[in-house]
Design a protein around this ligand. Sequence first.
Ligand code: TXA
Ligand code: MG
Length: 329
Amino acid sequence: MSRIVTVNNQAIAEAAEIIKSGGLVGMPTETVYGLAGNARDGAAVAKIYEAKGRPAFNPLIVHVPSAAAAAEIAEMDDRARNLASAFWPGPLTLVLARRADAGISELATAGLDTVAVRVPDHKIARALITAAGVPLVAPSANKSGSLSPTTPSHVADGLGDGANMILADGACRVGLESTVVDLSGDVPFILRPGAITAEEVSRVLGVDVALASENDVNPKSPGMLLKHYAPDAPVRLNAIDLEAGEALLAFGSIKFMGVKGGGAAADLPETQIRNLSEDGDLHEAAANLFAMLKDLDRAEHSKIAVMTVPENGLGVAINDRLRRAAQAG
Ligand code: TXA
Ligand code: MG
């Protein structure tokens, strides 16, 4: 069971060290408790998905101390600046174009070119972000599919030992997740209703902002709201050898893999091959997945051939994403 620690300065310093060394902390916010990790550390992000038991990699919210810090990660336009000055710190999340130099793990944004950011209105959350000195990804600290936790014991009961430490600060003030507003396109949408209402958002933006599923300008069903990253190159799964012209996304040893027509996969040029994890480590593979798919997604590659990834633990989410990529092609 994760250690529940009453918040004081020493506990925050300890939690910050856990974050800096790649661990996870149960973090109180004004909305719900989050399971926080370093947004720049792909292996830490992989641990979050594992602890939550998510069968798929959905992008996570990046928590920052200020609007200025958000602007280092995402492109803040006038709409974003206006919403930020009206509601930050507070229960509002903005989906924005991700800056090229954002330095956020590709796994945290599930390979998308957008990023969700928010500035929490909670003393402890802000103290932890500041002490850790890095942006924190923090999905609600519950198992996937169960209720969001609003007390420290919910976190401990739900996640078992999934967090290295839980910072306890009583019940969350809002008790409902943040409102997610998509500003990545010309028409703003609410992707997830939450503590801040559509009317409040509309008033600040000066236009009617609808829940995405109800918007008839750009109809999307709720299950389809989230865009998924997929490479342009076709993806071929369960490859045991390579066709000439294919790039290889390997998992484990490639010692015995050949290229049809002659040659060994191991002798391919550096641009044509990536290994998710030479040791067959699923955490490492998850952390590398999106960045390596992008590296190999080049017009000169006829396909991206992917070796089999075992269907257990994080492999379930990795395979979910690889199958989607194979279907999209
Ligand atoms: O109140 C909250 O927002 C809590 C506390 C801990 O801050 N966090 C939270 O995170 O609810 P999570 O990961 O459970 O929810 C993230 C939501 C999901 O609905 C996800 O699809 C959406 O934000 N999201 C994140 N990044 C996105 C992106 N790039 N594009 C579209 N939606 C995104
Ligand atoms: Mg959640």
